[in-house]
Design a protein around this ligand. Structure first.
Ligand SMILES: Cc1cc2nc3c(=O)[nH]c(=O)nc-3n(C[C@H](O)[C@H](O)[C@H](O)COP(=O)(O)O)c2cc1C
Length: 190
């Protein structure tokens, strides 16, 4: 990561200047986002660190070209949006690989895509999928930070599992299914 930053500087690009422009864009967007909250929730929102644009070693803007001929349109004639979903899967794989190497990843979605497009000179037909900050971090929490800080709580998996038809939840069936998939209990259920 550090090498890539160095190479970018050698090529005459100043990642710091670009980073500052993106950071400023985040600040502007975040001011508007924060205004949606009041009282305790607003106080909590203001205490959250929601980006690491200039602190992180690498910023990565992941884009998708929906017009690309590669793949000959397989699966995209019926669901063209899967091109973007594939890019999201790539982000997730990058996230898992980074985590395995002790590198933290943060997704910054509190930015205006049009402004980001202008800053990074991204052509109009290219879809901006995600803006990531990658870098070594002081540590990884055992629990999701937003849960620890009381912003939102994890919902039971059974609450979001729908059987046969959307809207049909069945806690017992969900429990059975999750136990079947759990490596710790799979052996005993055979
Ligand atoms: C689509 C998406 C957008 C996100 N946008 C933001 C964001 O704007 N700011 C933020 O702090 N976290 C955002 N997050 C959450 C964090 O990037 C991430 O979940 C958090 O840093 C915890 O990462 P970890 O599970 O690797 O520790 C977003 C996550 C996703 C999946």
């Amino acid at each position: 990561m550090i090498q890539e930053r160095h190479r970018a500087q050698q090529r005459g690009k100043d990642p710091t200047t670009i980073g500052c422009a993106v950071r400023q864009q985040f600040e502007d967007t975040n001011t508007r986002a924060a205004a949606a909250y009041v009282g305790d929730r607003r106080e909590l929102y203001d205490r959250l660190k929601l980006e690491a644009i200039v602190d992180s070693a690498v910023n990565l803007c992941v884009t998708c070209d929906p017009t690309v001929a590669r793949g000959h349109g397989l699966g995209r004639q019926t669901m063209p949006e899967t091109a973007m979903y594939s890019a999201v899967c790539a982000i997730q794989n990058c996230w898992l690989a980074a985590r395995a190497e002790g590198v933290g990843v943060g997704w910054v979605s509190i930015v205006d895509a049009d402004a980001l497009r202008r800053i990074l000179a991204i052509p109009d037909h290219i879809v901006i999928v995600g803006y990531l900050c990658l870098g070594y971090v002081s540590g990884f929490d055992a629990e999701p930070e937003l849960a620890v800080k009381g912003w939102e709580h994890r919902v039971p998996l059974a609450d979001v599992m729908h059987f046969d038809r959307y809207g049909t939840v069945d806690p017992l069936r969900a429990q059975g299914l999750t136990q079947t998939c759990d490596p710790a209990t799979r052996k005993g259920s055979r």
